[in-house]
Design a protein around this ligand. Sequence first.
Ligand code: C2E
Ligand code: CA
Ligand code: CA
Length: 264
Amino acid sequence: FMEKALSNDEFIIHFQPKFDLNNNRIYGAEALVRWVRPNEGIVPPSQFINLFERSGYISQLDRYVFTEVCKFLNRMLKEGSRIIPISVNVSRASAEKEGFIEYYVSTKNQYGIKDGFLELEFTESKALEDNDLLSDRIKELKKHGFSISIDDFGAGYSSFKALQNLEFDIMKLDAVFLKINPNNPKKNINLLSGVIGLAKTLGMKVIAEGVETQQEVALLRELKCDVIQGYIYARPMTGTDFITFVKNALSSKTEKEKLAEVIE
Ligand code: C2E
Ligand code: CA
Ligand code: CA
């Protein structure tokens, strides 16, 4: 089904904006794939990514998503929109595939995307720990102007070894950190604060994911988290809606004023 779906353009990409708490402006967006199946509607990635990872098809899909994102940024450039950095998910199997660096670097160059506008997200996992191949590839990608993040940090292994061995620029905190236990909130908050501090000591930027409430934003602000992503700011949206979102975000009123009603 997947091969046919690729040639039928059944995969589409949604963009979820991220908000920079340091300057109260849009920071970037994450590209999230959806499968629009004829007669079935939109299928979320939770229903096919794992299967594609097991069957080995994931690298084809990841390359497709990456290429579409480069095309999209190129379109924004041509339309004269301000360019916003976009992050793209990369499964481990895709990153380990032969020709991975060559493909991502040549596609970035083909569409004229400048350094600093593409971020690759690698999910935290046991397999990330002792991975010399990935370690070398991450170094190489950084030389070519990509930013690299560790995704879902805290959801599983929270591998300190991965932090030691791989040169991440960004830590994406999993939404589990935001689940404050009412019986012992201090402990949750100390943990969150400590993890943010750890990331900063290592020179990483911190992005909190799955942020849904004003209280969470206030707490993250207080703890000096850099960026938030979640429904409180924006849901994933189509490319066309995203271009409008960026235009509005950058027009007359500052985002801080606009967000004041929701966030402060
Ligand atoms: P992820 O990388 O952790 O992406 C964030 C997920 O959280 C997205 O789910 C997003 O829609 C959802 N989300 C965002 N804000 C909120 C919020 O405030 N509350 C809640 N409850 N959820 C929020 P989505 O789009 O269903 O994607 C699920 C996962 O599928 C992603 O998790 C990622 O691991 C994977 N995925 C998506 N696109 C790709 C892709 O192109 N390649 C690969 N390899 N994996 C992908
Ligand atoms: Ca991600
Ligand atoms: Ca994540």
